[in-house]
Ligand binder design. Structure first.
Ligand code: CO
Length: 428
């Protein structure tokens, strides 16, 4: 399989390595049409992502940075709860607000994929023929497994095509469905009166995944009892991120309660986004990686550090950055001395303007793509247009001093293979 990290973005253009040039050209064209909201390109891209065909990994990787642009709403619950009809009303409500919508109907028990079976089930009356609504069925991937991953990939493709909301409907409440529901930003659990042992019959995992409870068919007898059971059960669990899942009553056949449901979804999405912003962005692997110091001459500057007992572990000239670097380990961190090879380089211009001194602070993370996407979505001013690959296989991007309290911040991830240096220079 092609290496997804072989994908590098340059000024908005995407270069893909490890796939043949025909596949690459096809993929670039597809991404362009996808970004232009071409519905046929969306259908082809979704099929490619679902089938995991040639170029699929690269396409999905390119789409990933748009993930946060779409609100993913999961709708799950036992069969017969009226989910499809409810989804139809949710889609109508979103369209009323001029949001473009994608619907993924997930049926892990079905051997059919992309077929008419689930498409028929979601009738979408009055919605058919509206380009603003794209409906897709997804079924079991068989021995290949990874249904949740496939659904996640398809979501990223849909988000890249500019769909503002993605509704993911699952048929049942099995483990596959719960895994799929976890992908959503907001998960709606639909229950109905008269479902046997009612709330107690549901597995704990299904209840835990719910952000909003819906008691559908609430004009039926027993609705109040289901509401009471949910509320009683909630008393046993603490709220997550300050969000206590509300219980909304609906009648899907008439659309009653759908506006209240969508308001609850909106409030939940905001609460979660707020919690994410307050908390660490992506806490894995966080540590101070190195301090980048711009100097006129490494030969002249290193003497002081060597007198301190430090030594140069790695020296390298990075031609495309027109800089020579020397890495001096300091405990878990390093000092990176940066000497320009020409005056007309990033570091050369920095020296001319500011003189020798601290150029950047580098923080190590794991999950650098997610970090890049989230900072971008949160409106942080970035000094790189994409995650780049530096020498030694390190991937990195820069955050503008305007967003960091006045220091150019490099976010860097570990290289694939061990490599001693990070000869990386950013554009301030
Ligand atoms: Co650096």
């Amino acid at each position: 399989m092609p290496d997804p990290e072989g994908l590098v973005m340059h000024g908005g253009m995407i270069a893909v390595v490890n796939v043949d040039s025909g596949t690459r050209d096809e993929m670039l064209g597809m991404l362009e049409r996808l970004r232009a909201a071409d519905v046929r390109a969306l259908a082809r891209a979704v099929s490619l992502a679902e089938d995991d065909g040639p170029g699929a990994r690269e396409l999905v990787a390119a789409c990933r940075s748009y993930r946060e642009a779409a609100l993913r709403i999961g709708v799950t619950g036992p069969p017969g709860a009226g989910k499809s009809t409810l989804v139809e009303h949710m889609v109508r409500w979103l369209r009323g607000r001029r949001d473009t919508v994608a619907v993924i109907a997930v049926d892990p028990s079905s051997p059919y994929t992309g077929g008419a079976l689930l498409g028929d089930r979601i009738r979408m009356q009055g919605i058919a023929g509206d380009d603003g609504v794209y409906v897709r069925s997804m079924a079991s991937r068989g021995a290949m497994g990874g249904l949740a991953r496939a659904v996640g990939d398809v979501c990223d493709v849909m988000a890249a095509s500019g769909r503002g909301a993605i509704v993911i409907e699952t048929v049942g409440v099995g483990q596959d469905e719960v895994d799929v529901a976890r992908l959503a930003d907001v998960t709606v659990l639909v229950l109905v009166p008269g479902m046997g042992d009612d709330v107690q019959s549901l597995k704990a995992g299904v209840m835990e995944v719910a952000d909003v409870f819906v008691v559908n068919k609430s004009d039926r007898e027993g609705a109040e009892r289901v509401v009471a059971e949910i509320v009683a059960m909630q008393g046993l669990s603490a709220s997550r991120d300050g969000w206590l899942p509300p219980v909304v009553q609906t009648v899907a056949t008439t659309g009653a309660g759908v506006a209240e449901l969508m308001e609850a979804v909106r409030r939940c999405a905001e609460a979660k986004k707020g919690a994410r912003r307050r908390g660490p962005v992506e806490p894995r692997g966080l540590r101070l990686d190195h301090l980048g110091v711009a100097v006129k001459s490494i030969a002249a500057a290193r003497g002081f550090y060597e007198a301190l007992g430090m030594s140069v572990a790695h020296e390298e000239t990075v031609e495309h950055e027109r800089v020579r670097t020397a890495m001096l380990p300091v405990g878990e961190s390093r000092i990176e001395l940066l000497e320009p090879t020409t005056e007309d380089s990033v570091i050369g211009r920095f020296l001319a303007k500011r003189g020798e001194g601290l150029h950047h602070v580098a923080v190590h993370v794991e999950g650098i793509d997610a970090m890049f996407a989230r900072l971008k979505a949160d409106g942080v001013r970035l000094a790189s247009d994409a995650v780049r690959v530096g020498a030694g296989g390190h991937r990195y991007f820069f955050v503008h001093p305007a967003s960091t309290g006045g220091v150019l911040l490099e976010i860097v991830s570990s290289p694939r293979a061990s490599s001693p240096g990070t000869p990386i220079v950013g554009e301030a």
